[in-house]
Design a protein around this ligand. Sequence first.
Ligand SMILES: [Zn+2]
Length: 1018
Amino acid sequence: MSDFSAYHSLGQPTGDPNDQRRQQPAAPQFRPPVAPGPAGYQQSGSPYMTSPAQVGTPGYGSQPQSPGYFGQPGFQQSPQPGQADVGGLASQMGGMGLGVETPGAARGHKKKDRHAYHNLEPQGSSQAFNGMPQGSVPPSQYLNQGPQQPGQFGQQFSPAMSQFPAAASAFTPMNPASPMEHAARGGDQLMGSPASSQQGRVDPEHIPSVPRSRDGPAQYYLEHVYPTMEQHLPPPAAVPFVAYDQGNSSPKFARLTLNNIPSSADALAATALPLGLVLQPLAPLQEGEQPIPVLNFGDAGPPRCRRCRTYINPFMTFRSGGNKFVCNMCTFPNDVPSEYFAPTDPSGVRVDRQQRPELTLGTVEFVVPKEYWSKEPVGLRWLFVLDVSAEAVNKGFLDGFCEGIMSALYGPPETPTEGDENGAKQRTLPEGAKIGIVTYDKELHFYNLSANLEQAQMLVMPDIEDPFVPLSEGLFVDPEESKVVIMSLLKQLPSMFANVKNPEPALLPTLNAALSALSSTGGKIVCSLSSLSTWGPGRLFLRDDGKMHGSDTERKLFTTEHPGWLKIANKMVECGVGVDFFLAAPSGGYLDVATIGYVSSKTGGEIFYYPTFHVQRDSLKLSKEIKHTVTRETGYQALMKVRCSNGLQVSAYHGNFTHHTFGADLEFGVVDADKSIAVLFSYDGKLDPKLDAHFQSALLYTSANGERRVRCTNTVASVSEGAMEAMKFIDQDAVINIISKEAAARMPEKALQDIRAALNEKTVDILAGYRKNFSGSHPPGQLVLPENLKEFSMYILCLLKSRAFKGGREPTDRRVHDARMIRSMGATELSLYLYPRIISIHNLEPTDGFPNENGHLRMPQCIRASFSKVEEGGAYLVDNGQVCLLWLHAQVSPNLLEDLFGAGRSSLKDLDPFTSALPVLETHLNAQARNMLQYLATTRGSKALTLQLARQGLDGAEYEFARLLVEDRNNEAQSYVDWLVHIHRQIQLEQAGRRKHEEGFDYGGMASTLAQLKMPHW
Ligand SMILES: [Zn+2]
């Protein structure tokens, strides 16, 4: 053993992290926002629960149960901990019908019924398919062991313990299941163990459930923190949690696919899993979490390894009495600079360690001196670029966009931000940040917003062939100093252009002018567009005529070769400029998102896309999303570098950025809290199982308040011989995120069906690899899933059904948009995007949606995304982090509607189809629903939560609802059950050595391209 492994050589064991008797630090400050309860309203008992109209059906309507309909005589429990034994899945299925019409009772839905969400009729026994009642898992199983321990948070990390919180034993736990995992299992003997029914059919109730895998941990982490060194399996990405940084970065910033790494490439290959890191360097923190410290080492800058340039971090060790520090990446013994010297104690730990965040925390930020600058850092310049052409005016998008900017900068109109008693203004943007406004149709208009003007001065730039910026003063102003001028301009813009109405916008010349306005400082462009940019240089045309669908040339529509657009993306990154687009296609028209979006994807920006913008319904979302864009943590002119221990090397990056040559830094014009990057690693040697593997990502950027900083994120994993240990520490969300990003990256090169086939292959490779190498002895007919990849195949099926990859027709604008989004989505946002949260609100417990005794919001359990779970008369919130639908069954109770929407709204037809939020009413149900929506709004990505109605038989959004029921057969792909059967069959073929040779299913004839598609880094 060598002394440079901080992890092995330092610290005191803190005991078994899974020991329930151990005091868990509570998260006393984590309080999901809760709307005030209705005044004077009785919480217990809800009028509609006993409504005469509902007699006979508890709640608003539940399905009759048929207990015993799926008796499970052959049911097998998981024979070994750590494995979900999908006992006998399809082993008795004879010829394995693969979902062809079999009159089996379990699939008693006729084929048409599986699509028949429009005409749900009262169904008898066929609905018993949904046998398990809502909430059948006793909630007590999710209750936390032991009372909450307020005040333990400080005590927990006493100096003795935090000497170095990393216990050497912690990475080789005896018991791999964390309390959270136990919570996820729910103690239900059925968990993750599908069995065949008497009819030899797979029982859909017993296949691994994504909602359950989230609900248990969500309960657990309401009352517990996640200590980053003591526990090695992060919470599921869709679950809110408070992390306590013990030297290893919070999973919010970095998730490793394998938290225990096999020592050799061969051992990794046996798992077929990617070794990679999902980074979200500026991820938002949650209430109760410590802010990231900003450290300033003056002109010397932060200490770094002289050989490999790794930044100082908790895993570097000090020796020679504190005169040397040994790099945890390359083992080089560096001299400690005199100004950084501190002596070490007898155990080799610096005496000032506890006072040094860079030696105790996994995530810190350094302010860096001039040598890290490429230009003088200034506060972030925001340039709002507004489309004022005819379509934008006509459809109200301009109006909505102006309102959105005002609301983002100064608060919503009804609650103008007031100065406090001292007259200090509450600023949306930090001190030093400035804004500018440009409008365009086929001409460009700049505005002087100087505070000393009575109103903004417009300067027209008619020469779009060679545009320049016609003013040097007053283009960028302090939004508070110039508030009057800015407000008056934004209020006037819609009427100013109401009479002009140029039909054709000239986007590329406008972006070129915007770039020249920002080229000396860098900054961020927020640009609206509502029709195809058909004017001037770089004009676009209708490339997607619908005829290339399914052809080889289709993928050309997913990217751009236009030199003007390629060039501007490059120049923007060079200048430290990035773009977020707000795109509205009011009649669902083509915008060439592939070309426009190329600029935002290369510069680290984002697209907010409203494919069927309706001003009344979507203005709230637009406004909230502009506000989010402006207020989320944003940096610009960024470079990123990822370093890792000797023996490993970076093999690929995936995300939205510019990367000129392999080995060079990643470049971003802008980077923000929601963006994530995947990094893949390969071996360049064998790792020593006695040591740990280390990873450090360093993001060099200029913060919105004008400081040049480096955000360092340090991650550690243990190493073991072989891959058996690794299988216990798989982070499913990281695996899915990396596979999704890599698949999205292939879209411009590979045909969609090849990508789908590769995803299919990858799923089989991983699960067959496990079956062959790690699953112990099971009867050959069983599908055995690794405990930590139980829901993996469901998520991959969701990916196959996503707009990016689904079969069948899909407008290329939407495909490209979703694919680019996947490439930059963090783990939370992607998890929700793939598998939505569905909450039934017609049968809530009276206490649901209100705080419990600890002030934590009580959330009901989510239901599976399947129409078989939908109850007659039901009402459901369906949230995939992008849209949130309120689906209402045709026979929903009038009482429920009135409770939710107010008196007089007792039928579906009484509701305003363009509703985007619930009214504030003093009814129990209304308060519950609003509280739950606020909760959902806190855990998602960059998209705002507003409501969209999907009334059965009335609203177009019903199609979206059907699309989101990902466990059903839809989106040109199989049901979850059929998919598992299909995967299982291929695993069996693999085991028998016959895979691929006789598989004609789905991807026949593709075998030759599969080899090319096989990503070398997977
Ligand atoms: Zn080094």
